[in-house]
Design a protein. Sequence first.
Length: 819
Amino acid sequence: MAQPKNPKSPSEWIDDEFPSRLPIIPLVSSVLFPGGVLSLQVGIDRNVRLLKSIPDEQNLIAAFCQKSGDKENPRPEDLSQIGVLAAIVQRLPLSSDRYQIFLQGRHRVEMVQMLQNEPYFIGQLREIAPKPIPKTLKVDNLMNKALSLFEKLVESDSKYSNELLNILKMNMAEGPDTFADLLSSFVNFPLEEKQMLLETVHPIERLESLVDWIQRDLGKATFDKELQRQIQSSIDRRERENYLREQLRVIQDELGEPNAADREADTYRDRVEALPVADDHKQTLRREVNRLSQLSASSSDYSVIKGHLDTIFQIPWGEKTEDRLDLVKAEEILDERHHGLEKVKERVLEFLAVLKLKGDLKGPILCFVGPPGVGKTSLGAAIADALGRKFVRMAVGGVTDESEIRGHRKTYIGAMPGKLIQSYIQVGVNNPLIMIDEIDKIGKDFRGDPASALLEVLDPKQNHAFVDRYVEIPYDLSHTLFIATANMLDTIPSPLRDRMEVIRLSGYTENEKVAIATKHLIPELLENHGLDPDQIKFTDEAILGAIRDYTAESGVRNLERKLATVARKVARKVASGTSEAQYKVDASDLEAYLGLPSYEHEFAERHPEIGVTTGLAWTQYGGEIMFIEATRMNGSGRTTVTGQLGDVMRESVTAAYSYVRSKAADLEIDDKMFAEHDIHIHFPAGAIPKDGPSAGVAIATCIASVMGERPVRHDVAMTGEITLRGKVLSVGGIKEKVMAAQRANIKTVLLPEGNRKDLTEVPDDVKKGLNFFFVERVEDVWKESLIPLYVVRTRDRKYDEAEYRKEHQKTDRERPEVR
Ligand SMILES: Nc1ncnc2c1ncn2[C@@H]1O[C@H](COP(=O)(O)OP(=O)(O)OP(=O)(O)O)[C@@H](O)[C@H]1O
Ligand SMILES: [Mg+2]
């Protein structure tokens, strides 16, 4: 396209008849039609330049619709082919670089060639002369039709004013071309459609398009209106219905006929009479039903009373299942569902035997205590099955509000019965086995003590008439078999604890876990994932790998999850058809299914360090190893302890410190070390509260280590309480602690002499890989765990790993398996 070097001034290209060359203003959001008027705000640079360069007396310009491209900087090809020659009928400067102009369309023009792009467009244009159309009947009809359609549009769509209609009517006589253009400029069509109308040069065709599109918009408008009408009428209908219902009631009352509300009240009355409750309680309910029949169904009282009555009817007042007290069968079911747990099962069977002989449940409540995932809840479910009773779990962990157990008074908004009555509603019988889960996690706050509510529930002497605040009618709990579960006993309020008979479930050994996985977890998983037992096979090594590298727990809950992950991934492969006949999951495949191991055997990489001892702790999660850390700094003999310790544990720190200091000479520590240094002892996992005296030996060893600058053997774990005179006293939880030591790959376990007898409880396969030392005094502990002084002092008191290793191996070899 020719680009003149210097832009021409408009006066150079105006010729008189038809200005074939004109400056062009692009229109981005509107289309101007011949005969139409357009008001434009001009603010874009190039358009402002254009306006400024046009002399006032020269008011012709061409307006072309811009179809695409950048608004500020359109290219010639962004403009449409057909535009309109227009007169600038008014221009108002709004500011120095902003105008408001009014354009009046004259007639269509076609772009022949763009002559200039900058600083604004100048095009060479060709006039498209209007077509003279003879006034035939057909044309008349078409125009009338378009007019009447537009009339309807004006009626149905408030965006159009009557003014437009009048202008249109006045211009009917101008002929179809003008008429069509006027109408085109009035209708609210999308920009492209408007441009299409402009490009439709033939007036008849233009009119036909207009008729079609107006009809289309009219359909939409009436649809919207109809929708509006329907919504309104449904609201009206409801009001009318309410009104009619009210009238019906009045009429029925006049005629003495029963109405719907009365009929409902009658069924409620029948149901009240059928309830197996005492008559005075029935009397209360009868009164409620009477009130119900007098209330309007839309009142809030109505729904409160109805909700209460419905709840009462849902409660199983008398429904029972038949007990099956067949001990042989019960034993079978327990064995089938749970591997091992011999003692526990035995105890449960004894309990059932007594139940059978006595014929009532007025004995102690069983409480299963043990770490997570050892099968407490599932054992409860198995017992229910063995007895032929329904099973329901009632979780009380985290409950701090008594009303959660006992219900809210029905005057409260949204009141409900408590968890207990809800459990009965859930099972639908009066004699289920209710498992009170996590009784050790029950809380207490200002809203009353939920434990005291449980106390009443679990008391065989009072629980035949338990009153829920919402239900208000005493309910007999005495046919229910309650079993509680807890992770630890310490936090169970003692009145509750006294009422229960504790059965301990301890953690599983690796071998037991493998057996549980093979016999129970995996078959169940496969079934849940729709897999055939032939399709996937876990080798024992794989299971062991999952236990060792991907879990660190006493129970099997995480193991179950890990195996489920594998099963899920295999199921996906099978389902996507890339199935091999059988998937064998071996230890080497675990990484592909489960990712990198979560628990490395850290001990292999660790080495003896100053100020770190390995203690053995017993928490609600089972046994655990616990690293106790200490550091020393210049100071004046103070001790700081951190890690959320209870009082007992703090006292052990003080006792241990005093004892170590009293033995400074034996340990070859200068007393100045104590006088001139502070010591900080930390018990990691700072967020978990810890207490109890059993870390005494580990703390004393830790202090001796930092003060004497002697590393502690990393593969020795210890537990035991100490006295101020250095004697080691026995502690609890030996079995769990030893199992934790084995899980953590410890080599040597130091136990108080007084706990020697407890070692019989520990399964042989756990004991096998471990050395045990029984200690009577703290000095014995030091002898076994602190790196000997002469080793430490080789090479200028620098500890030498290689040297130590030699010594260490020697002593190990010399040691008897179990002393
Ligand atoms: N001895 C076992 N034999 C077979 N399956 C077992 C055994 N012990 C646990 N399981 C299985 O392990 C899973 C977890 O057990 P469960 O939910 O009963 O643990 P829990 O002791 O109640 O734990 P929590 O204290 O966390 O509630 C269950 O699927 C259960 O069937
Ligand atoms: Mg449980």
